[in-house]
Design a protein around this ligand. Structure first.
Ligand SMILES: C[S@@+](CC[C@H](N)C(=O)[O-])C[C@H]1O[C@@H](n2cnc3c(N)ncnc32)[C@H](O)[C@@H]1O
Length: 273
């Protein structure tokens, strides 16, 4: 990794685990969590992993932010998919270089960033967002982290429930919006046979509505999953799980699109609603 330069993002960590994310700019001074001030020129030219010293304060560790660091520090006008769940989207969505993905909505851009960094220059991400203000916020977040507008990104202002003109055949569609069942006809049209549909919803009422619409149509019965995360406390006298854990954030539903209706095929697997 090259030394820090003006325009770079830098993550600063102090000995108490506090963190701050800055974008380095000429003649700028920023306050760090201890209340001391750090001139940005103190960071410029140093290698990631170096210690930098705020005026009168204790040294801070300077790092390039990971995607996790960035999404937790960026402006978030909407709920996002948190790091706990992000990696699962890559695995269960089979995201790899060259994948063609559609996501709706874009929200704050956290999942756009996740997909963009994996699908590479041969892949494509079409992101659809209904609200112009969220679309701008997501674009700003992605451009800041990426250092420009990604060539593989097609960011569109629109309502996914109304269809998607000019959509290429998709390997994956990811829906993170309140009424995903209303986008199922669009998903059935746009996904390649064998393509994957991932849906993220926080409540079981929403899961039921999706299941009611996906019976007897072009999707396989879903896998439904939740992911839990528990941190550990590490101290000189204590090495144990934290009392609290991150439990429910949402349900991940995964369907496979197939040819035809599959009538009768899923009888025993299709749960009565
Ligand atoms: C929870 S946020 C998505 C968060 C995003 N996955 C992230 O991690 O940053 C849901 C978004 O869906 C958008 N939305 C809701 N209905 C929509 C629709 N019919 N078409 C497009 N976007 C929609 C909302 O405006 C909101 O920005």
């Amino acid at each position: 990794m090259s030394p820090f330069a003006y325009g770079d993002l830098v993550l600063l960590l102090d000995g108490k685990g506090r963190r701050v994310l800055l974008q380095l700019a000429e003649d700028q001074v920023s306050q760090v969590p201890s209340g001391h001030h750090l001139p940005h020129q103190e960071v410029v030219g140093k290698d990631p992993g170096s210690w930098v010293k705020p005026v009168g304060g204790r040294p801070l560790l300077a790092l390039h932010p990971s995607l996790e660091d960035y999404v937790m520090a960026m402006e978030r006008p909407t709920q996002i998919i948190y790091p706990k769940d992000m990696g699962q989207l890559l695995v269960y969505g089979d995201v790899r270089p060259g994948t063609t993905i559609l996501e709706a909505g874009v929200g704050s851009g956290a999942t756009a960033l996740l997909f963009l960094r994996v699908l590479g220059p041969q892949g494509k991400l079409i992101s659809v967002e209904r609200r112009a203000d969220f679309l701008r916020a997501a674009r700003d977040n992605v451009v800041t982290f990426w250092g420009g507008f990604p060539a593989s990104w097609d960011l569109r202002h629109g309502d996914i429930y109304e269809g998607l003109p000019g959509c290429p055949p998709l390997d994956l569609m990811f829906l993170d919006l309140p009424e995903p069942q209303r986008a199922l006809p669009v998903a059935a049209d746009a996904l390649k046979p064998g393509g994957l549909l991932l849906i993220w919803v926080p409540t079981i009422y929403q899961v039921e509505k999706v299941l009611a619409q996906t019976r007897q149509n072009t999707f396989s019965p879903p896998d439904i999953k939740e992911f839990w995360e528990r941190d550990w406390i590490t101290g000189p006298q204590s090495l144990r799980p934290d009392h609290r854990m991150v439990g429910h954030t949402g349900f991940l539903l995964r369907f496979r699109r197939h040819h035809g209706k599959g009538d009768g095929l899923y009888g025993p697997l299709d749960p009565p609603l």
